[in-house]
Write a protein of this length. Structure first.
Length: 436
């Protein structure tokens, strides 16, 4: 036998023989990281695998610099309408998204941190909010969501168009602790049901002024409050809040049907603090691949409340003339208060319509117009242009006309009237935003 044949035979026996007891197993190959990348892609673009875990992470956010000039379209009191100089806001937002698979469906978390630097005009002196704030933070498992989010009433039907000043008619604070469940049938139909706590931004932070012999003085100057006239001309005072004050939460529900042609959606909210409700209905139509329109209407059962506008004249009162006996004819100025998260437009109803036309994939024209039952008209238009991927420049013009005629005229010529009645505002705005 040749030595060469002996070596080849011995090698074959060693390869075919089972491993000896106690022998170390052959090392397993390192996992292919591209497998984890592909698995994370199932949760959406931008997710990547966190080594040593079964969790996928996405980091996003934006830096925004925005200048406003002209009048203030969000003004609610007389002194807020006119600016003495421009307003400049710089904002930084950082978002963290996580996702992983479980036997009950995807487990997700979302957190948004926000910090602002703003100065000029209504912002006053520079305000460095370097500490930031938790804007949103919630956990999702399957269709269940728990944590800090916007109210379902705000986002379920979509926002008020692609303009920057979209919610002039409905400026209520929308953040709330919430628990909700979303059902998605997979054929375009979805439904949501949730319970919410609201927030403590009720009223506008101003003291409640009572000047009629301390009527209902139980409403202290630290409480947010307002009043409305009864049919006999007397006034009913009430403490205002956007947050439930007992164990009964706010209740919200919605329905939606979406297809390539667009969508129809509806949302309903019940405010347990006031025992009042509001609803919104919306239709979206994609006329072409470049042109889309929407129409939305809202109705609420709650009445509006008002408060004394101390910026109107001297402590809310102006002398507009004198009677024959020499006594002054006085006008008292009032302004509408922020009431509930569910329908804070003036009057019973409001309507919005808008359109978007895409000139190119990077440039679009956006328009919105809105009108509410208290005779407030608002409109805005902009051109949004993506200079580079993730860098967007948007100039916008917005206009508001206030013709709210709420108030009372008295036999002696005195009058209580909305301080912004017959006033208008025209605002220019330029936003530069880098999103990532």
């Amino acid at each position: 036998m040749k030595i060469k044949d002996l070596f080849l035979g011995s090698a074959a026996v060693l390869l075919l023989a089972p491993p000896m007891a106690g022998a170390a197993p052959a090392p397993e190959p390192e996992p292919d990281q591209t497998q984890f990348v592909r698995a994370c892609d199932a949760f959406g673009e931008g997710y990547f695998y966190i080594p040593g875990t079964e969790t996928c992470l996405r980091i996003s956010g934006y830096v925004r610099s925005e200048i406003q000039g002209g009048d203030q379209v969000y003004a609610r009191r007389r002194e807020e309408r006119h600016r003495n100089t421009y307003a400049w806001l710089t904002r930084g937002v950082l978002r963290f998204h996580t996702a992983s698979e479980t036997e009950w469906g995807p487990l997700r978390t979302f957190m948004e941190l926000r910090s602002d630097w703003k100065a000029g005009a209504e912002f006053g002196s520079a305000n460095d909010n370097t500490g930031g704030s938790l804007r949103y933070g919630y956990i999702e498992l399957g269709g269940l969501r728990v944590g800090l989010d916007e109210t379902i009433f705000a986002y379920w039907t979509g926002y008020y168009g692609n303009v920057l000043n979209d919610d002039v008619l409905n400026p209520a604070e929308t953040r709330t602790n919430t628990i909700s469940y979303t059902y998605n049938a997979g054929n375009g139909f979805s439904a949501i049901l949730g319970a919410e706590q609201g927030n403590n931004f009720g009223g506008d932070g101003s003291p409640m002024y009572i000047d009629e012999d301390n009527i209902d003085a139980i409403l202290s100057t630290q409480d947010n409050g307002g009043y409305r006239f009864r049919s006999d001309g007397s006034r009913r005072f009430r403490k205002l809040s956007q947050q439930t004050h007992n164990y009964m939460p706010y209740l919200v529900g919605g329905l939606k049907y979406e297809k390539n042609w667009g969508a129809v959606s509806a949302v309903f909210g019940y405010d347990s603090y006031y025992s009042e409700w509001a609803t919104k209905l919306r239709a979206d139509l994609n006329m072409t691949d470049k042109f889309s329109v929407f129409l939305m209407g809202g109705y609420k059962s709650m009445s509006d409340y008002y408060n004394l506008d101390t910026s109107y004249g001297t402590n809310g009162t102006r002398i507009v003339g004198y009677r024959a006996d020499g006594t002054a004819i006085r006008h008292r100025g009032i302004y509408r208060q922020i009431n509930s998260m569910y329908g804070d437009w003036g009057g019973d109803w409001a309507m919005w319509t808008g359109a978007t036309y895409k000139f190119t994939p990077a440039t679009s024209f956006n328009l919105q117009a809105a009108y509410s039952d208290d005779r407030t008209f608002a409109t805005a238009a902009n051109v949004s242009h993506e200079l580079f991927p993730g860098l967007n420049l948007t100039p916008e013009i917005a206009y508001v006309n206030w013709d709210n005629r709420y108030g009372r005229k008295y036999a002696n010529g005195d009058e209580t009237r909305v301080s912004l009645k017959n006033r208008e505002a025209l605002q220019g705005q330029l936003r530069l935003q880098r999103s990532f």
